[in-house]
Design a protein. Structure first.
Lengths: 153, 153
């Protein structure tokens, strides 16, 4: 089972995230956070790469499942947000549901590579799939998620 | 929707966790970890209470969904482990699958209260449900999980 990389050149994702600048996943102002940044590809795939800190382990040599969930939540959230017509706000959508399947250990020694792709939009719900991949794009952890677009008056 | 507390007196869970003493969720030797501890009740329910650090937020006032996933993974894992005939090892079972439904924000200001209960055992698979609850046992985040008992030769 694999999750293919994006096609074309990677482009840094540049959404205004000032409203979440202390977010554990992506906040620039959070000294204890993961400081995730994201690239998107021509075909819509979003990717992040992160070298996990030793204190984010489960067993000593693997990334904790909750930290994997954090990274997948973040990269899938960006894929959802980029699908919205108005990307002006960083509060555009929230996680409603996330399903994780831990297939193989994610080694702490390697960069965590996480990918996400919008599946479909149904009203205010956005469906996004994601994965943490190993060498050869093999899926280590698979994810599905549903997001709700916030309709701001 | 609610997730009821356990009945009877809470008893501290005392599993040998020396093999995971650097675990981000429960490791005593992890200075950057959550240091979760667990209680079980007479009816089998397992509970943990945790005051989240400010740097574990998503939006400024709520606990990040990935940190919620970490806490639910941990408390459900203890519920699975306590169901095994031999609880001697802290490597007894691993998360295979986790499904999270984020119903309401989990406030950073309050203690996070997470509960878990074994649903059923099917061969080497254990099914556990969990929740983060607010006042009046209202479910803020619901979880289902599947665990695989490791058969050590």
């Amino acid at each position: 089972m694999s999750f293919a990389p994006g096609t074309g050149e990677p482009i840094p994702v540049d959404i205004d995230r000032s409203g979440v600048d202390r977010c554990f996943g992506c906040g620039a102002a959070n000294e204890g956070g993961l400081h995730l940044s994201f690239h998107r590809f021509e075909d819509g795939l979003v990717e992040t790469r992160h070298h996990a800190a030793p204190h984010h382990c489960g067993l000593d040599t693997v990334v904790h499942g909750g930290i994997q969930a954090t990274i997948l939540d973040e990269v899938m959230g960006v894929a959802a947000q980029l699908a919205l017509p108005d990307q002006a706000t960083d509060l555009a959508c929230i996680t409603v549901e996330m399903h994780l399947r831990y297939r193989r250990p994610v080694p702490l020694a390697d960069d965590v590579v996480a990918r996400a792709r919008l599946d479909r939009v149904d009203g205010n719900d956005l469906y996004v799939t994601g994965a943490i991949v190993g060498p050869d794009d093999e899926v280590l952890t698979a994810a599905d998620s549903r997001w709700r677009q916030l309709v701001l008056d």
